[in-house]
Ligand binder design. Sequence first.
Ligand code: UDX
Length: 444
Amino acid sequence: MKLAFIGLGYVGLTTAVCMAYRGFDVVGVEVDDEKVEKISRGIAPVKEPKLEKLLKYALSRKKFTASTSYRDAVKADVFFITVGTPSKPDGGIDLSRVAEACKHIGETLATQEKVATVAVKSTVVPGTTRTLVKQKLEEASQKKVGMDLNLCVNPEFLREGAAVDDTFHPDRIVIGDDWGRGGKILTRLYKKFYGRKTPPTMITNTVNAEMIKYASNVFLAARISLINEVANICQRTPGADVEEVAKGVGMDRRIGPHFLRAGLGYGGSCFPKDVKALAAFAKGLGVEPFMLESVQKVNDNQPYKAIELAGRLVGNLHGRKAAVLGLSFKPNTDDIREAVSLKIINKLLEHGCTVVAYDPAATENVRRLLGNKINYAESAEECIKNADFCIVATEWDEFRRLKPELFKKHMKKPVVIDGRRVYDPAAISEKAVYAAIGLGPNKT
Ligand code: UDX
């Protein structure tokens, strides 16, 4: 079976390369020619564990090619749409890249006799596939969905930093099909890909499949905001510690232990965008999205809890030197989209602090954004040197391994604000003045 992926972002590229690795003939079509050129040389444009190795393997076996031209995808049996759906100013999503991809796929298919399948992997609001996608494809191909063209929805649930592992071992496969044949073809494709280890596969209609993607992400985002709100309450409750509370809560099988890490809030390319998009979609339907708005509100405020704690420990922040450890939106990636570190840095600058930042992977991306507004360190130790206080904004393992005595040794005053709960309060409190998200005063 020949496959085409339209859009080589981290979802498109990872899925394409994993499929090619397992023996499918895959073409990736991408408008950005610099990206195509890099990928063709075996360089992954996103930092994703294992991806580059698989990419090089697939290229060397001639199982994968990247191109800027749809003509190279003309022989594909299945076209996966994996283009981005960025936020518009009102929170809704911009579907122009999806529409553009449909037009080009349609034009490509117009020249073909065979019945191809188009699968929408991009995150689109419920109803998009049976309206906009269907219409654009039919217009450009002069074919009819359900007759000489198959169409379905196939959302992805990959996490950045674990995208390859998530592709090989997903919890489930969701396929939405309103017409009957596309879903069967995708099911067969995944059986070939996963063999005996095929994950549970759910077939539903296109609207439900689109909604499952949003509902999954808003559920996860809501868990984070909820535990962060509990953390904020714990923080003002003598003796309380959200880490212990989350452990006890997570032991309830109805709740489970995942996504209960309190901190400075969620970032990244999905949760912030998807919560906003579903809220905008709800409003369009006349549904007041009370929960979704609260989830966002908690998350918008959460980074500033670090500044609050700094103020409590240091007093007036003006003229102080702040060290920020961690810039990426989560560990093991260089992605800084919606990273809480950026909000924290901007607030520190507003307060008149000088800021030194360090991140194992994302420094260059922040430098491009903030330039010389802040200083950049080459290591965590260099970052905390002579600082008045230090904020841990991302939970890189490297920061966990920092010995408490280093804060005492290097900082002007050893004041540590642990925004991601990386340190053991008892151990670090012996060497530094320590405050953490969700840790109440006088914890005994
Ligand atoms: C997420 C979804 O997990 C994935 O299924 C979807 O396809 C894309 O969006 P991703 O954004 O890569 O993936 O990262 P994820 O690991 O889910 O973390 C998102 C944010 O939530 C990060 O900022 C992380 O620090 C934060 N988070 C996560 C918490 O604050 N607490 C937690 O318990 C878990």
